[in-house]
Design a binder for this molecule. Structure first.
Ligand SMILES: [Zn+2]
Length: 495
């Protein structure tokens, strides 16, 4: 047996001004052939789980590509073609099954449904090919994705700490199908519901109960049951929440189970909306908390959802109110890092930090903040994740420096990186557990590494292209009506 195992991942924020060219994939990790296998073998990724299953099955393995870019704007044509052509060429050479590690919210310049278009092209080459697919919890599921795969599953955790487990689950479903033991069929459903990612944490309601319901469906016999929170920063017709279930041979029960999950999600729709608080008030509340570490989330500039990671609004307010003993992860500003490297460790510098990127979609210009501080640390920005998310994967933040103002230590990086693991601090000599405040440009993924440290957590409503304020965003392509852009009491459609 010959298996094609491939990874193609990107969460596209159509409002993000950050370019998604091939370079951006190389920055996080883009590997072909044997190098793809070497990069992800033994990691806690679906790709790693697929490799393990294929080895146990004694299959010949072809790994055409394993590539991921951090969230940003639409994927450029050339990059999308590089990824998909590698996979299609491998399928064209002949295989018995494909195991794909995808995201599910990729918008490319040439197609708004990056994954559906890929899967459709695979099926055009090999109409009956068994295909297993893992998607992120933030996938925007489409008809094309469902129609052109055999078994599709998503993560049940946010932060995503079950990537390997979910890859193993869907991989085993496909292996059993190949042996003729089961016949996977899928049913799916959705509601016009654009939930906000800040309200999708699976330790919080309402996601916690929805995930429990999905597990109950599995306990009652569904091979896999998934609730997708969806990715709301995508002006794309199919954006929003959905559910998909895989049954052994009974499409009607799969559809009924997916419908139950979506009925429950719809009933809780108000709970998927984030409630805002003025920034000055939230920072003042933080200042009054004595016991640290206090986690301060600059969620509107969350690089892990396509943020530019250089909006200085929240940092400026925290400095203005004089909070002390603050560590920040991170500001992306390669020029500032270069200036600090030139000055050298121990030198005092005055920088215009951040604000390098204009954000036309929210009518904002990049605004740097003048800061004076000491260059505390210089590193190459490379470290290996030891925490529960992306375990074993090497992070490359690019040349990195710590600017120390006395009250605040700012990790300044050259490549976008969402702080979900304590390595972002420990790799530059900061002990996060010893700080009173950790200011993180993150939304939910920070929980993977930082929830065990945080004594309190506050969301600080700054600015940026990952805002939870829908009034800042202009949706043109998304299907209407959709809640909460339109105040709906009943869903006008079943799917
Ligand atoms: Zn996600």
């Amino acid at each position: 047996m010959r298996f094609v195992i491939a990874m193609m991942k990107h969460e596209t924020n159509t409002f993000s001004p950050v370019r998604t060219d091939w370079r951006r994939f190389l920055d996080w990790g883009a590997h072909f052939g044997a190098a793809a296998r070497r990069a992800y073998e033994g990691t806690a990724m679906p790709f790693g789980a697929y490799l393990k299953l294929a080895r146990e099955a004694g299959a010949e393995v072809v790994t055409p590509v394993a590539a991921e870019a951090m969230p940003s704007g639409p994927v450029e044509k050339a990059a999308y073609e590089t990824l998909t052509n590698a996979i299609l060429d491998a399928v064209r050479k002949g295989c018995d099954a494909a195991f794909l590690d995808l995201h599910g919210a990729m918008v490319a310049e040439t197609t708004p449904d990056g994954e559906g278009t890929l899967l459709e092209a695979i099926r055009a080459i090999a109409p009956d090919l068994p295909i297993a697919v893992t998607c992120d919890l933030h996938a925007n599921l489409t008809e094309k994705m469902v129609r052109n795969s055999t078994a599709l599953i998503g993560y049940k955790t946010y932060p995503h700490v079950d990537m390997e487990e979910v890859g193993g689950q869907v991989g085993r479903i496909l292996l059993r199908a190949l042996k003729g033991e089961i016949r996977p069929v899928m049913g799916w459903d959705r509601r016009p519901l654009l939930a906000q990612t800040l309200r999708m944490g699976t330790d919080d309601e309402p996601m916690k109960s929805l995930i429990r319901m999905a597990r109950e469906e599995e306990a009652r016999g569904m091979l896999a049951a998934t609730v997708f929170g969806g990715f709301p920063l995508a002006d794309f017709a199919d954006a929003g929440m959905s559910a998909i279930c895989v049954s052994d041979g009974d499409a009607a029960t799969a559809t009924a189970a997916a419908r139950r999950l979506m009925d429950a999600a719809w009933a809780e729709r108000e709970e998927f909306l984030y409630r805002h608080e003025p920034l000055t008030q939230a920072v003042a509340r933080a200042k009054a908390i004595a016991q640290g570490p206090v986690l301060l989330l600059d969620h509107a500039d969350n690089v892990g959802s396509g943020g530019t990671e250089d909006v200085m609004t929240v940092i400026a307010e925290v400095l203005r109110q004089g909070l002390e003993d603050v560590a920040v992860a991170a500001v992306c500003d390669p020029a500032a890092v270069a200036a600090m490297a030139k000055a050298g460790v121990g030198q005092t510098v005055t920088l215009r930090l951040g604000g390098r990127t204009d954000m036309p979609s929210i009518k904002m210009r990049g605004e740097p903040l003048e800061i004076t501080g000491k260059v505390r640390t210089l590193t190459d920005g490379e470290w290996v994740v030891r925490g529960p998310m992306y375990t074993g994967v090497t992070v490359r933040m690019g040349p990195t420096a710590v600017l120390d103002t006395g009250k605040m230590q700012i990790v300044v990086v050259s490549r976008h990186h969402e702080p979900w693991d304590t390595g972002v601090f420990t790799s530059v000599g900061i002990d996060p557990a010893a700080k009173r405040y950790l200011l993180l440009k993150s939304r939910i993924h920070y929980r993977a590494g930082f929830a065990p440290l945080g004594r309190a957590t506050l969301t600080l409503d700054g600015e940026g292209v990952t805002t939870s304020d829908n009034s800042r965003l202009e949706f043109r392509q998304i299907r209407r009506p959709i809640f909460p852009l339109d105040r709906l009491n009943a869903p006008p459609e079943k799917r």
